[in-house]
Design a protein around this ligand. Structure first.
Ligand SMILES: [Zn+2]
Length: 248
C-alpha cells in the first residue's frame, strides 16, 4: 500500500490540476452514517417514505421532520483528517483544485474547502418552491414550525435542497463535473461506492482521457476497475499518509 501511496503522491506532485470526487465514506469517521452497507441509513429508514418527491408531496411535514433530525445530527459532526487533507490540497493547487462531492453534509465547506461542487445538494439549504430561492439555513426547527417558512416570500412550500431518488441532478452541475473530470491531470476518488450515476461515471471519463485515476476507499468498488491505483483503507488514515509524501 505504501508503494501505491508514494506513486500517487508522485503523480499528484507533477499535476497542475486535480479533481477529487468524494462520497459517504469520507464522512463516516465524522459520525455521519453512510447510506448503503451495514449500519447504512437505508437499512433503518425506507427511501420511499423519506427521500422521494412523492413522499414529500404526500406528507411534507414528515419528510421535513426527518431532514430536521438529520440536520441536527450533521450539525454536531466535525470534519475529520481526510477532509482537512483536501483543504490542504486546495491550498497547494489553488485554482487547479476542484472538489466534487455526493455528500450533502456540508463538511467540506465546514473544513474550509472553497471549490466545492455538491452534486446532491446540501442539507443546510432550503429551496422555496414558490419564489425558487435557495438559501443556507442551519436552524433546527421545532415540529410545529415545519415546513419552515421561506425567509424571502414567507410561503411554507419549501423543501430541503437535496436531490431525492428519482430526481435528476442539475444539468449545468453535471456538465461542470464532467469537464472537471476530463480536464484534470489527476483524478482522486475518495470513499464512494461508485453505485450512483452520474458521479460514478466521472472516474471513467478521466480514465478514458488518459488521466491518472487513484481511488481511496475502505473496500473495492465499481470505480476500482477504472483506477490506475486503488488504496484500500479508511480515508482518514490513508489521505494523511498521501499528504505526508506530497509535502516532504
Ligand atoms: Zn420563497
Amino acid at each position: 500500500m505504501i508503494e501505491r501511496i508514494k506513486k500517487a503522491a508522485d503523480k499528484i506532485k507533477k499535476a497542475k490540476r486535480i479533481t477529487i470526487l468524494t462520497g459517504a465514506g469520507i464522512s463516516k469517521a465524522s459520525g455521519i452514517p453512510t447510506f448503503r452497507g451495514e449500519d447504512g441509513l437505508w437499512g433503518k429508514y425506507s427511501i420511499s417514505e423519506f427521500a422521494t418527491l412523492e413522499a414529500f408531496h404526500k406528507d411534507p411535514k414528515k419528510v421535513w421532520q426527518w431532514y430536521n433530525y438529520r440536520k441536527k445530527l450533521i450539525k454536531q459532526a466535525e470534519p475529520n483528517k481526510a477532509h482537512y487533507v483536501l483543504v490542504e490540497l486546495e491550498r497547494i493547487f489553488k485554482d487547479g483544485f476542484a472538489l466534487i462531492t455526493q455528500n450533502i453534509d456540508n463538511l467540506h465547506t465546514k473544513a474550509g474547502n472553497k471549490s466545492v461542487y455538491e452534486l446532491h445538494g446540501n442539507i443546510f439549504e432550503v429551496k422555496c418552491l414558490i419564489c425558487n430561492k435557495i438559501y443556507h439555513d442551519q436552524t433546527i426547527y421545532k415540529d410545529d414550525q415545519l415546513p419552515p417558512k421561506c425567509k424571502y416570500c414567507q410561503s411554507i412550500r419549501t423543501r430541503p435542497n437535496v436531490v431525492w431518488f428519482g430526481e435528476s441532478l442539475d444539468v449545468e452541475l453535471i456538465k461542470k463535473a464532467m469537464a472537471l473530470a476530463a480536464s484534470c491531470d489527476v483524478f482522486i476518488s475518495v470513499g464512494t461506492s461508485g453505485g450512483v450515476q452520474p458521479a460514478a461515471g466521472l472516474p471513467k471519463i478521466a480514465q478514458r482521457m488518459g488521466k491518472y485515476v487513484v481511488e481511496f476507499n475502505a473496500e473495492y468498488s465499481a470505480i476500482s476497475m477504472f483506477a490506475d491505483d486503488v488504496i484500500i483503507g479508511n480515508a482518514e488514515k490513508t489521505l494523511p499518509m498521501l499528504l505526508n509524501y506530497l509535502t516532504r
